[in-house]
Design a binder for this molecule. Structure first.
Ligand SMILES: Cc1cc2nc3c(=O)[nH]c(=O)nc-3n(C[C@H](O)[C@H](O)[C@H](O)COP(=O)(O)OP(=O)(O)OC[C@H]3O[C@@H](n4cnc5c(N)ncnc54)[C@H](O)[C@@H]3O)c2cc1C
Length: 390
């Protein structure tokens, strides 16, 4: 499936918007004490994106999502600045949440919870992970301990959650909890007094408004008609969200690394040491060359996986492979950029230092590298067994 000329033109427009309008805001002081952009800044940028015709560009005017290949062309460009996805409304977790509600939500739930997200007037949070010290769901979601049970025409949920990106300031929440039937998903209005923020930890990254909150859910009453899909199908819906959401992280962070490579290249071509530009020293030139190869590898992995998802396949294995390959490559690219730039690379003088910090957690969320490899190894063994049996 090819990318339509219209989608390509939109992607070009997104790139121009991020480079010309968003990047000058990277030094804007409107940040919280964790360094995350304040909503005041986010919504100001969204108004600019709206005016430029690049707000929520991955969703078509009729409300349907663009193909994954078209989404890739757009999201890579929106990622050229860590602020770009926030400005264009292509950021996590909203982008994945919009996808999920679009694919699983009833028309009524879509009108109430999806519309404000697509219009860029609200932020959302996805509440799945639970604290390790509580023995809850982490790399293994089947350990989910947050429980829910029916009570008249409501459900009541109790439990704990952690690392909930963007919870503070979000007005739409997708809560996962376990019922007798199995895992369930609910759409809830936020804030709700039954969900308490215990704490927002300091983290290595700082680009997500609201940070990554630790929460206690204490007798949260949810109207039964706010269940997303059917009771017991929660993990299935998580899979619907998972592959495209993993892939869109790959897209956005690839955009960030392309920008870091541009900055490191500029530094290495201008800065001299031992009588010649840094890039002419093999050690430096090779790092930039390795980055160029890795960037192409990431583009190809994203394109391959996007193509699989565009056939309607869930792409669980392909997105797993793409996620590992891209997140590991991006970490290397970001590290090389810091190294090429010497001391300047670890200062806040350029965005390279931010990109390096932001990329680190991507090797953990949406499935740590080791979990993806572990599950691929199980598949390899199954395939081997099938061959032996044939
Ligand atoms: C920045 C950030 C944002 C996040 N945002 C959200 C969010 O919005 N909503 C949400 O619900 N969650 C979110 N998460 C949580 C994220 O999905 C979890 O951190 C992830 O699933 C891992 O769970 P855990 O941290 O409990 O690690 P653990 O389950 O404690 O695992 C720790 C490590 O053990 C190793 N490991 C685990 N299982 C295996 C295995 N089978 N084989 C080999 N090694 C293994 C891996 O190296 C793993 O990193 C976020 C996390 C981060 C860091």
């Amino acid at each position: 499936m090819t990318i339509s000329p219209e989608a390509l033109a939109l992607a070009t427009k997104v790139e121009a918007f991020v480079r010309d309008v968003v990047i000058p805001f990277e030094k804007d002081p409107r940040r919280d004490h964790h360094g995350a952009p304040l909503d005041e800044l986010v919504y100001e940028l969204r108004e600019k994106a709206r005016a430029a015709g690049v707000l929520t560009p991955h969703v078509k005017p009729d409300g349907s999502h663009r193909t994954q290949r078209e989404t890739a062309a757009i999201l890579i460009r929106s990622g050229l600045s860590p602020l770009g996805p926030l400005a264009c409304n292509t950021n996590a977790p909203d982008e994945g949440n919009m996808y999920l509600i679009n694919h699983v939500g009833s028309p009524e739930l879509q009108a109430r919870f999806l519309k404000p997200l697509v219009e860029g007037r609200a932020r959302s949070a996805f509440l799945m992970t639970e604290p390790a010290e509580w023995g809850g769901a982490g790399a293994d979601p089947s350990m989910m301990k947050t429980l829910c049970e029916p009570d008249g025409n409501h459900w009541v949920a109790n439990g704990r959650k952690c690392f909930i990106t963007g919870y503070e300031g979000a007005s739409v929440g997708i809560v996962m909890a376990r019922a007798a039937e199995g895992a369930c998903m609910f759409l809830v209005d936020l804030p709700d007094p039954a969900i308490r923020i215990d704490h927002i930890p300091d983290t290595i990254d700082s680009s997500m408004p609201g940070g990554h909150a630790t929460l206690t859910i204490d007798n949260l009453r949810i109207p039964a008609d706010q269940m997303l899909g059917q009771a017991g199908e929660g993990f299935k819906y998580a899979q619907v969200r998972l592959s495209p959401a993993r892939l869109s992280h790959c897209m956005r962070w690839l955009g960030c690394c392309i920008r870091a490579q541009e900055i490191a290249t500029d530094y290495a071509c201008r800065r001299e040491a031992f009588g010649k530009p840094l890039i002419e020293h093999e050690g430096v030139g090779f790092m930039l060359a390795e980055n160029k190869i890795l960037i192409k590898q990431c583009e190809l992995m994203i394109d391959w996986c996007a193509g699989v998802l565009d056939t309607g396949d869930l792409g669980t294995v392909e997105s797993s492979m793409a996620k590992v390959s891209v997140s590991e490559a991006l970490m290397k690219i970001a590290d090389n950029c810091v190294q090429v730039m010497g001391g300047t690379g670890v200062t806040g003088n350029t965005i390279v230092e931010t990109v390096f910090r932001e990329i680190r957690a991507f090797r953990i969320y949406d499935g740590p590298t080791e979990v993806h490899k572990w599950s691929l190894a199980k598949k390899i063994k199954r395939e081997w067994k099938a061959v032996q049996a044939s």
